[in-house]
Design a protein around this ligand. Structure first.
Ligand SMILES: [Zn+2]
Length: 186
């Protein structure tokens, strides 16, 4: 799973007031037009720039490559229960066979047996596994999810989102994307 980003559009990485990206997946990016608008509205501080500039007869400005919000946006404590966030929690992998293809979502306890559509009962599953499991309980089908489904925090989703960087990362973004990631002790 890769988000396509076109470097030709000179997108700006948008950071919260704590210098972390607003979102990792998809990565919080604005078009250069939106970034410049926000600069003029005094909503952001420019932290890094592209070589490329926009010019008019009276004005010239290098395009921002990293901007930071002046006002901290408090992230929602509990991420929305959406298909996308379920996939992100499960790292875009079928929880039965690990395939990243043809993802759907599966009720671990089938709906026909009273299973609910909740964080704790829904997992990412590929179509073949979903079909195979059908209306069976995990034990009957011999199909146990790799990870017991759970309600993730925003932090969990951010961490997973980092595993799926877009196809293009500007040099100036890298420090802000990885400075707060955990270091491997050597
Ligand atoms: Zn599968």
């Amino acid at each position: 799973m890769t988000i396509a980003v076109s470097p030709d559009l000179s997108p700006a990485l948008v950071l919260n007031a704590d210098f972390r990206p607003l979102s990792y997946y998809p990565l919080s990016l604005w078009s250069w037009q939106d970034a410049i608008k926000a600069v003029f509205l005094d909503r952001v501080t420019i932290l890094a720039e592209y070589e490329r500039a926009v010019r008019s007869p009276t004005f010239s400005m290098r395009l921002p490559s990293v901007v930071c919000l002046k006002t901290y946006v408090k992230p929602a404590r509990n991420p929305a229960f959406t298909r996308f966030n379920v996939f992100l929690r499960d790292k875009f992998q079928c929880q039965y066979c690990g395939s990243p293809h043809e993802l759907t979502f599966d009720h671990v306890v089938p709906r026909s047996k009273g299973g609910l559509t909740t964080w704790e009962n829904v997992v990412a599953a590929c179509s073949p596994c979903n079909l195979k499991k059908g209306g069976l309980m995990p034990r009957e089908a011999g199909m146990i999810p790799h990870q017991t489904p759970f309600q993730p925090t925003v932090h969990d989703l951010h961490n997973n989102g980092r595993l799926f960087p877009p196809n293009y990362l500007h040099q100036s973004w890298l420090d802000y994307l990885y400075w707060d990631s955990e270091l491997d002790p050597e």
